[in-house]
Design a protein around this ligand. Structure first.
Ligand SMILES: Nc1nc2c(ncn2[C@@H]2O[C@H](COP(=O)(O)OP(=O)(O)OP(=O)(O)O)[C@@H](O)[C@H]2O)c(=O)[nH]1
Ligand SMILES: [Mg+2]
Ligand SMILES: [Zn+2]
Length: 310
């Protein structure tokens, strides 16, 4: 990509490059190389740009551009709609931050599905336990993700503990976001937007500018929005979910989502072993030896069952 200075000097050029900050049906808001924001329209024939996309644009008038090209994507983070079809949420991510909190009570399947989706893209998952000041000394209930945080750490998934309302604060978050494009995902009400507010003192300013361009309100998270961090990273806020569905993926992709199964791959009796009760299955043997946690294997079987129903 050309440096900011180079493109800024090309003010009379027919085309320019932009970063999609917000994307609605047939239009969006882009950031231009000089840091300014502008509305843009999409041509139906091009397909729909997503939040995080790099696009080439042509100026229509003083304030409006039209997208003429969507530049190649590194990846697309998606979820399934209720028919199992892939719906892209954002593009070109380095990492996905799965936010959970003691309240609303987190769902293990939600976290496990996110992990599978993230690993199938080959990008980094980070788990954030927000509202940490509400964690009671009695400990976590023994079936939810809060009770498995140590196991996630052992799988080398970073687990951060944050609070927007008290200790331990959010100081662990900034270094993780540095120079990266990250998206906050998770249940509604876990504090995704609050984390953005806390980490970005000028957040209201950016939101205000965006809402002036889009005509949308300032505080509801109904759309996915990309924010530029002063440190150089990009942080995307996304609407909360009640359910996160995996699109129709192969059994192999599903197994890839379970990193600790990796050493067993190629060691089962059958090449097409689904690790669901076949004889001489290396995954099952590892579960019996305690090398794979029983709760993770049960998660895998649940997801496999759910996928085969779609
Ligand atoms: N106690 C406590 N409350 C918090 C914390 N962070 C956020 N909240 C509160 O949790 C509620 C939901 O916060 P939001 O930031 O809107 O949550 P969200 O994840 O963006 O929710 P959606 O946009 O619906 O997905 C608000 O009332 C926040 O004040 C925290 O660390 N501790
Ligand atoms: Mg929000
Ligand atoms: Zn097997």
């Amino acid at each position: 990509m050309a440096s900011t200075g180079t493109i800024a000097r090309m003010t009379n050029a027919a085309t320019d490059e932009g970063l999609v900050l917000v994307s609605y049906g047939n239009r969006g808001v882009i950031e231009l190389p000089d840091g300014s924001q502008a509305g843009c329209q999409y041509r139906r024939s091009l397909g729909r740009p997503y939040c995080g996309d790099h696009v080439r644009v042509e100026r229509v008038d003083e304030q409006t551009f039209v997208v003429t090209e969507i530049l190649p994507r590194q990846n697309e983070f998606a979820r399934a709609d209720n028919r199992g079809r892939k719906q892209v949420i954002a593009a070109n991510l380095d990492q996905v931050l799965i936010v959970i909190a003691p309240e609303p009570a987190p769902s293990l399947d939600l976290v496990e599905r996110y992990l599978v989706a993230i690993l199938s893209l080959g990008i980094q998952p980070v788990i954030i336990l927000n509202k940490a000041e509400l964690m009671c000394s009695a400990g976590a209930p023994d079936d939810g993700p809060l009770s498995h945080l140590d196991d996630y750490r052992k799988m080398s998934y970073p687990v951060l503990t944050t609070s927007c309302k008290g200790p331990p604060g959010i100081s662990t978050l900034a270094p993780v976001l540095d120079q990266k494009t990250s998206i906050l995902v998770g249940q509604s009400g876990v504090g995704k937007s609050s984390l953005i507010n806390a980490i970005m003192p000028d957040h209201d300013l950016q939101t205000g500018a965006l809402s002036r361009v889009t005509g949308k309100g300032t505080h509801t998270t109904t759309t996915t929005i990309l924010y530029q961090l002063s440190s150089g990273g990009k942080l995307i806020d996304s609407p909360g979910v009640w359910e996160y569905g995996l699109w129709d993926m192969s059994q192999q992709d599903l197994a890839t989502g379970f990193v600790e199964f990796e050493p067993c791959m190629g060691h089962c009796k059958f090449n097409d072993c689904q690790h669901a009760g076949e004889p001489d299955c290396a995954v099952r043997a590892a579960v019996e030896l305690g090398e794979i946690r029983a709760w993770r294997y049960e998660s895998y079987l649940r997801l496999l069952e759910q996928q085969s129903r779609t």
